[in-house]
Design a protein around this ligand. Structure first.
Ligand code: MN
Length: 240
């Protein structure tokens, strides 16, 4: 090997190592959404400003939702796993056996994780489902309109507080369903099971300031701020 080539190789190795370090410091939301180990004491940043989703989701709702509700779930989750076997477990493993854990772990772990997904799948200016996801939506629901109707229905009819989901089942099929409280499709206690791809929070705290009791209006508005880039990425990761 000549000197030039070995220098090139050395540079390559350093670059690879540096990239590895940068990757390790990616925001936690990216890490958990990629189903990697969950270990953190850091509350993940909101990926945009509070007013970024105006007028569909107002800035005051976003600030209270993120700063008060989400932060409380995070703090309580960290406190609930501290000193236990769960402290260093991946969040997927915690959820897969959440029936054995305390209510504090289930409710706050779900509350923490679900909001990370929700912030991640919101945003503005993204195009739509990728060709792969669009094809899968057509296979599962017949058309995008049918999918939207099914998802809307799940969100609108979830009684009380909870979430509606588009998720990928273990046999790699798309499905829509809803969960109560802060449960999610990764949990063994959930009636709908799979990998979350798109979520909508239908707790009143997610919409009451702007929409009061008009949940269907909030659900309609939601479609204007779906960040399909992240949904597409999550789908590509999940089918792999
Ligand atoms: Mn919420």
């Amino acid at each position: 090997m000549n000197k030039y080539f070995s220098n090139l190789l050395f540079t390559g190795i350093i670059l690879t190592m540096t990239t590895g370090i940068i990757r390790a410091e990616e925001p936690i939301n990216k890490k958990i959404l990629n189903m990697k180990e969950f270990k953190t004491n850091e509350f993940p940043a909101l990926p945009y400003s509070y007013d970024a989703l105006e007028p569909y989701i107002d800035a005051q709702t976003m600030e209270i939702h993120y700063e008060k509700h989400h932060r409380a779930y995070f703090n309580n989750f960290i406190a609930a796993v501290k000193g236990s076997d769960l402290e260093n477990a991946s969040i997927e493993k915690i959820f897969a056996e959440v029936s054995k854990a305390s209510d504090a772990v289930r409710n706050n772990g779900g509350g923490f994780y679900n909001h990370v997904i929700f912030w991640d799948n919101l945003g503005k200016g993204s195009s739509g489902p990728s060709p792969e996801l669009a094809a899968a939506i057509n296979t599962a629901f017949g058309s995008f309109e049918k999918f939207k109707e099914t998802f809307d229905n799940a969100a609108k009819t979830r009684f009380g507080s909870g979430w509606a989901w588009l998720y990928l089942t273990s046999d790699k099929k798309l499905a829509v369903g809803s969960t109560p409280n802060q449960d999610n499709p990764l949990m063994d206690v959930s009636p709908v099971k799979g990998i979350p791809l798109l979520a909508i929070d239908v707790w009143e705290h997610a919409y009451y300031l702007k929409y009061q009791n008009r949940r269907p209006e909030y659900v309609e508005a939601f479609w204007n701020v779906v960040n399909w880039d992240t949904v597409n990425r999550r789908y590509a990761d999940a089918v792999r």
